[in-house]
Design a protein around this ligand. Structure first.
Ligand SMILES: C[S@@+](CC[C@H](N)C(=O)[O-])C[C@H]1O[C@@H](n2cnc3c(N)ncnc32)[C@H](O)[C@@H]1O
Length: 182
């Protein structure tokens, strides 16, 4: 039987923009689950703090070189990081709107935000269907407006890895740098 935390491939969006995160960078993988993005960034030479409330999900991550796991309830406990603690923050398939502000604050100057999750319209395909867990059209652009410089943004329906409505952003905490995107 497949484990509830079976490791799936990293999101192509995160893989696409990961080259903006330099080797040696300190990265936060928020609500990391089994850590597909923590593993991807650690394999690129980053140091990753991978945080989730699910101890079982993060257990296997603890032995991955470059990944430091932390168990916390991000919605029921105080935000655990000081401002400007990370060179990049990755959030995938997780939404708790009160965390938008601390997520942005957690970025160091020049830091990279990679965020991808479900948006309104996903209810036609399945879960999540609760509006609390679905971004509104353009919401990630609103969240970063005046704070971060948008490198790339997409929203709409996708067929892979399954039919879904998603929204994605890559944004920088500072002027856009010339980057090698691979
Ligand atoms: C759909 S999974 C996404 C996992 C990972 N980001 C990925 O893309 O593979 C959502 C994750 O959010 C975590 N999560 C949900 N509520 C949380 C909370 N209050 N505090 C910490 N983690 C939470 C779950 O345990 C789960 O691992």
């Amino acid at each position: 039987m497949e484990s509830a935390h079976a490791l799936s491939a990293p999101s192509p969006w995160i893989v696409r923009w990961a080259p903006l995160v330099a080797p040696g960078a300190e990265v936060l993988d928020l609500a990391c689950g089994a850590g597909r993005h923590a593993r991807h960034l650690a394999a690129r030479g980053c140091t990753v703090v991978a945080i989730d409330r699910d101890a079982e999900a993060i257990a296997a991550l603890a032995t991955v070189a470059g990944v430091f796991t932390r168990r916390a309830d991000l919605e029921g406990e105080p935000w655990p990081f000081a401002p400007a603690s990370f060179d990049a923050v990755v959030v995938a398939n997780y939404l708790h709107r009160p965390l938008f502000a601390p997520i942005l604050d957690a970025l160091r100057p020049g830091g990279v935000l990679l965020y991808e999750t479900f948006m309104v319209g996903n209810e036609r395909f399945g879960r999540p269907s609760n509006p609390d867990f679905l971004l509104r059209p353009g919401e990630l652009l609103e969240v970063v407006r005046g704070r971060l410089e948008v490198v790339a943004f997409e929203q709409g329906e996708t067929a892979t890895p399954r039919a879904a409505a998603v929204q994605r952003i890559c944004a920088l905490n500072g002027p856009a740098r010339r980057a090698t995107l691979g």
